[in-house]
Design a binder for this molecule. Structure first.
Ligand SMILES: NC(=O)c1ccc[n+]([C@@H]2O[C@H](COP(=O)([O-])OP(=O)(O)OC[C@H]3O[C@@H](n4cnc5c(N)ncnc54)[C@H](OP(=O)(O)O)[C@@H]3O)[C@@H](O)[C@H]2O)c1
Length: 318
């Protein structure tokens, strides 16, 4: 089989197919490559629209990808109906509500980790036994450029995507012997609904920076399918993600600081959704200056300079 056309006519499981990049990947796989796609998402109206457009080549199941039981039941159902999965694309994901890490409640923390990271692990766990039997299978996990350069205000999102990146690279090594290609996708900004309000959680306004520098979902999807077709381990989809990657290679510490500075400045006009993260920093600028002054006054050069006081200011004597 030619390496160039190995995806023609394959059986594909694709999560997050109802909107954004997943929907565009679905279109390419069905219309250009004649794949049989089993989509996974929750929005019935959108899935029905896609079914009406794509016909027999597309089926869907609605379930929450965060659930290991649901993944297991789904894999069993596919096996029972004789749908032998060749390719798994773990694309579905969510961002966290924009804001500081210490403002995230436990339920939200679990939700982000389960949706972005555990779902990918559960999906692979459920589908790999079948994919290993495929003649020439593939797994594509969609991480993010924030796995390369994380952003404040998206700390847990970045952590989950870093987890996807690590997991995917390890899988790439484990599955080589089975002829299964494993690809990790690292998109920068892509113009989808991801940044807009989801379930009323984020309440974000459109960010003109994302709108102006982001690539379209169609372009991202073309690049994802291309990487899959050429069985690449890593797919960096756009210029912004490449720039982030280069910065982290050449001067990692400065790039992290610079990213914070850029986001802080941009949060004023171009990235209103990031504004809540940096509001405190603007509001507390004077207090911060005072703290820096006091830190300088309380910085000691050697042990004998440290005053003999305890953590609560009590006199510890000499
Ligand atoms: N857009 C960007 O700038 C960007 C950048 C870097 C990485 N990414 C990553 O790219 C992937 C796709 O993002 P996108 O921008 O295309 O987002 P999107 O337009 O918001 O689409 C997300 C998809 O995931 C599905 N989904 C979310 N949570 C789910 C759950 N618990 N169970 C089942 N399905 C679920 C949604 O379907 P339903 O609503 O129907 O359930 C939807 O189809 C995500 O992993 C995202 O983190 C995006």
């Amino acid at each position: 089989m030619s390496k160039r056309n190995w995806i023609y006519g394959r059986n594909v499981v694709l999560t997050g197919c109802s909107t954004g990049m997943g929907k565009e990947v679905l279109m390419i796989l069905v219309k250009k490559y004649g794949c049989n796609v089993m989509g996974v998402a929750r929005n019935k109206a959108k899935l029905d629209e896609l079914k009406a457009e794509l016909g027999d080549k597309f089926s869907y199941r609605r379930f929450n990808i965060s659930s290991q039981e649901e993944w297991r039941a789904f894999a069993k159902e596919l096996e029972d109906m004789g749908f032998m999965t060749d390719i798994l694309i773990n694309n579905a994901g969510m961002i966290q509500p924009f804001g500081a890490f210490d403002n995230l409640d436990d339920a939200m923390l679990d939700k982000i980790i389960n949706t972005n990271l555990m779902s990918v692990i559960y999906g692979c766990q459920a589908m790999i036994p079948t994919i290993k039997k495929s003649q020439f299978g593939g797994i594509v996990n969609v991480a993010s450029a924030s796995a390369i350069l994380p952003f404040g205000g998206q700390s847990i999102y970045s952590a989950t995507k870093g987890g996807v990146w690590g997991f995917t690279n390890a899988l790439a090594q484990e599955l080589r012997g089975y002829g299964v290609s494993v690809t990790c996708v690292m998109p920068g900004p892509v113009k989808t609904d991801l940044y807009k309000a989801r379930d009323g959680e984020s309440g974000n306004k459109a960010d003109s920076l994302v709108e102006s520098v982001g690539i379209t979902a169609q372009t991202a999807a073309k690049r994802i399918v291309r990487a899959m077709r050429y069985r690449k381990i890593r797919c960096v989809t756009d210029f912004v993600a490449h720039a982030m990657s280069l910065g982290m290679k050449v001067m990692p510490a400065s790039t992290v600081k610079m990213a914070g500075g850029i986001m802080k400045t941009a949060s004023k006009k171009l990235m209103p959704s990031f504004a809540p993260i940096y509001k405190d920093q603007f509001d507390n600028a004077d207090m911060l200056k005072e703290r820096i002054k006091s830190r300088k006054a309380n910085t000691y050069n050697q042990l004998s300079d440290v005053p003999p006081t305890g953590p609560f200011g009590e006199d510890m004597g000499k």
